[in-house]
Design a protein around this ligand. Structure first.
Ligand code: ADP
Ligand code: MG
Length: 709
């Protein structure tokens, strides 16, 4: 047994009680685990910051400055000194030892200050910084970075201080450093310029300087991300070699005709994504691609052109939408885009009439229908295809795994190309408007390919977003009246949270009553849509709004307000503090689709938590869904981001952060790809260490996400 497996209670100074606590609070029970508990920040007395360079409240900094003036405030209870280093001024404040400090900080004297900046009245000040004389600080060679480890109240209460943690860490390093085994092959260390694992572990705890710390951090983060991506990509390689796909080698006439007749030039992002899809479809392997793009970024066009590639190669394509309303909308738009071609497109939903249904079923089976748009109705057993070559799924999380797998079995004709005689699976393109941070997507869907439309079509007007409380209700109503007078339409959305469903319905009903009172019929017409209505009722109310017969639509958030109503210019979100950022962003995307200026109004109670306030402020500041998703991830951690819970992936990184280390993650993934290209099964003796790492349990937990298709 290695020292690394020794229980930490045997470390000098730890003992059984604290060992128990460290295990409970930090999940650390052996020397080895202790060494893999890294500081989350460092107290840095190794460099001097210029006052004008202080930018944030994040870190402790050190600066050298001369006292300008001192002043006793609050009846002598507080000392405020204004100090300057020639680059700028800042204030240092003391509440304790006031008298003594006042004597020490004589105007004209120079000191080294060390502390954490706090934002105060638009600039920064320092409360109780450490104060040293410049000579003393230098002669002590205070070039030391002290690690600060994660801690909890209970640990602090039992005497686990920064100093104590550093002491036991030093003891652990002393006895086990030589036992730490390198986890990465030599060639990886050399090619990526990484320090070896022993050096990294030593320096992450006790860095001699910033440079050593940076090298250690880089090595450990790289290792973590690289091994994770290696595990995910390895699954992907196994899959793509195992599952051949339909070879679609040409683009075809229909594609070209449609392309030439487009009413607008494609955006750069649309072009890039179509190229990526095209490459997949002609690769001979099955495409499994996730297409992410904000609401309004033009995914439909990409779907249509992809479908036309399938058509051009003699196959059919289907496009599945999560709701009937969305399917209808897709059908209308797609029919428009296809006018220039002779491709036949049909719509199949739960409310298609029997006669129509029969006709569609026949058309799908004999291949005369090229593209079918529909809802879950497409998955019914009696729907069969002639040869389905591409399945496009809009809004991935609404379709279950098994449901999608059904699409495999639906082709009558054996698809060409498979030696074993098994039908080849259709290509799969999953589209989602829920922006997931790229780094998270790469980890969550690491074995899917991800394309991102990160550019909006030109001409989209920004949506002006404002925050208001109930006190502004009358003003809001006047504003809505003005907008209606201009011929615009209004969405009003109420939260519907599963746990408080009853209360929420009550709020919705009350809200509806209030609106009808404020906007009486005639002349105003208000429609309401919610989950307790029958399908007919929902469709009726929805169309009343979509077709412009109602001025206001009151709805719950669970209702798919995904209908494109270009004339709707105002989105009022009630109790906005109860929504997550992604959801708020999703809802806001429903306006701003027409040529008129649009507004999103976030109504909240007068009191909000700090996080809610931050969310609302962010919404008012940016419309970029990826920025919001990144922020959401920073605020709530990747585990809570929409769409991750279902994935079952343990996103539990030790040192790297999906929110902060995007560039490194790209780099690690590209490198993992290179390693696997050269040695897909990691059989080469050079890669023995990597194969060993991947056999460890933590990577086994990563489910093969490709199975979603
Ligand atoms: P998404 O499905 O991504 O939310 P849509 O495909 O519905 O977005 O497109 C939103 C709107 O933008 C549609 O009205 C569409 O016609 C328009 N559009 C799409 N691509 C472009 C483009 N390249 N230039 C101008 N308008 C475009
Ligand atoms: Mg869409």
């Amino acid at each position: 047994m290695s020292e690394l497996d020794t229980a930490i209670q045997y470390l000098p100074g730890v003992g059984p009680k604290r060992a128990e606590l460290l295990k409970k609070e930090l999940e650390v029970s052996t020397f080895g685990e202790l060494l893999r508990l890294y500081p989350y920040r460092y107290i840095d007395k190794s460099s001097i910051t210029r006052i004008c360079d202080i930018r944030s409240e994040d870190a402790y900094i050190q600066f050298k400055a001369t006292v300008q003036t001192t002043e006793l405030k609050g009846n002598g209870k507080r000392l405020s000194a204004i100090v300057s280093d020639g680059s700028g001024f800042t204030e240092v404040v003391f509440f304790k030892g006031v008298k003594w400090m006042n004597e020490k900080l004589k105007p004209g004297s120079e000191w080294i200050f060390f502390g954490k900046p706090q934002e105060y009245n638009g600039s920064f000040n320092f409360v109780h910084p450490d104060v040293d004389s410049p000579d003393k600080a230098v002669s002590q060679g205070s070039g030391r970075l002290t690690g600060v480890y994660p801690s909890t109240e209970r640990l602090k209460n039992s005497g686990v201080t920064v100093k104590w943690m550093n002491k036991i860490m030093a003891a652990a390093l002393n006895c086990c450093l030589p036992e730490i085994q390198e986890s990465l092959p030599d060639y990886v260390l050399a090619e990526k310029g990484l320090v070896d694992l022993r050096t990294a572990i030593r320096d992450i705890h006790f860095p001699a300087n910033q440079d050593a710390l940076q090298k250690a951090t880089y090595r450990l983060k790289f290792e973590e991300l690289f091994l994770l991506q290696l595990a995910l990509l390895k699954q992907k390689y196994v899959r793509s070699h195992g599952s051949r796909g339909i070879l679609m080698s040409k683009v075809g006439d229909a594609f070209n005709k449609c392309y030439e007749a487009l009413p607008f030039p494609l955006t750069g992002a649309q072009k890039r994504v179509i190229k990526e899809i095209r490459e997949d479809m002609k690769s001979g392997h099955q495409m499994n691609r996730l297409l992410q793009g904000d609401v309004g970024s033009g995914k439909t066009m990409v779907a249509v052109l992809s479908a036309l590639i399938a058509i051009g190669n003699g196959y059919q394509a289907c496009i599945m939408a999560p709701t009937e309303v969305l399917a209808q909308q897709h059908f209308r738009n797609i029919s428009k885009y296809l006018k220039a071609t002779d491709v036949k497109v049909a719509l199949l939903t739960g409310s298609s009439k029997a006669a129509e249904r029969r006709e569609i079923h026949a058309g799908l089976e004999d291949g005369s229908i090229g593209i079918i748009v529909g809802t879950h109705a497409l998955l019914e057993d009696n729907v069969m295809f002639y040869n389905l070559g591409l399945a496009i799924v809009d809004e991935q999380h609404r379709f279950g795994v098994e449901q999608r797998a059904k699409l495999w079995q639906k082709s009558r004709v054996k698809l060409a190309g498979d030696e074993a005689g098994d039908p080849l699976p259709p290509h799969v393109l999953v589209m989602t408007a829920t922006p997931i941070p790229r780094t998270l997507a790469m980890t969550l869907y690491g074995d899917l390919d991800v394309s991102v439309i990160d550019e909006m079509p030109p001409g989209r007007k920004p949506v002006q977003t404002m925050h208001a409380t109930d006190a502004k209700r009358l003003g809001l109503n006047n504003f809505i009246r003005d907008q209606i007078a201009l011929g615009r339409q209004i969405f009003v959305v109420y939260p519907l949270i599963f746990e408080s469903e009853k209360m929420d319905y009550k709020n919705l009903e009350q809200g509806f009553e209030q609106i009808v009172q404020a906007f009486p019929f005639p002349p105003y017409k208000t429609a309401i849509v919610h989950g307790q209505q029958s399908n007919d009722e929902k469709n009726f109310n929805m169309s009343a709004f979509a077709e412009g017969r109602a001025n206001i639509l009151v709805a719950t958030s669970v209702i798919e307000v995904g209908v494109d109503v270009p004339n709707a210019s105002v989105m009022v979100i009630e109790s906005a503090e109860r929504f997550g950022l992604s959801q708020l962003h999703q809802l806001r995307g429903r306006v701003g689709r027409g040529s008129e200026k649009s507004y999103c109004i976030l109504m909240t109670g007068p009191k909000m938590s700090k996080e809610s306030r931050h969310r609302i402020e962010l919404m008012c500041q940016t419309e970029n869904g990826f920025i919001l998703a990144e922020e959401d991830m920073k605020m709530r951690g990747p585990g809570d981001i929409e769409g991750t819970q279902q994935s079952g992936l343990p996103i539990n990184l030790q040192i790297a952060s999906l929110a902060q280390d995007g560039i490194l993650l790209n780099n690690a993934r590209a490198y993992a790809d290179k390693v696997l290209k050269a040695d897909p099964k990691l059989e080469n003796p050079d890669n023995e260490l990597l194969a060993k790492e991947l056999r460890q349990n933590k990577y086994r937990e990563y489910r093969d996400y490709s199975k979603i298709s």
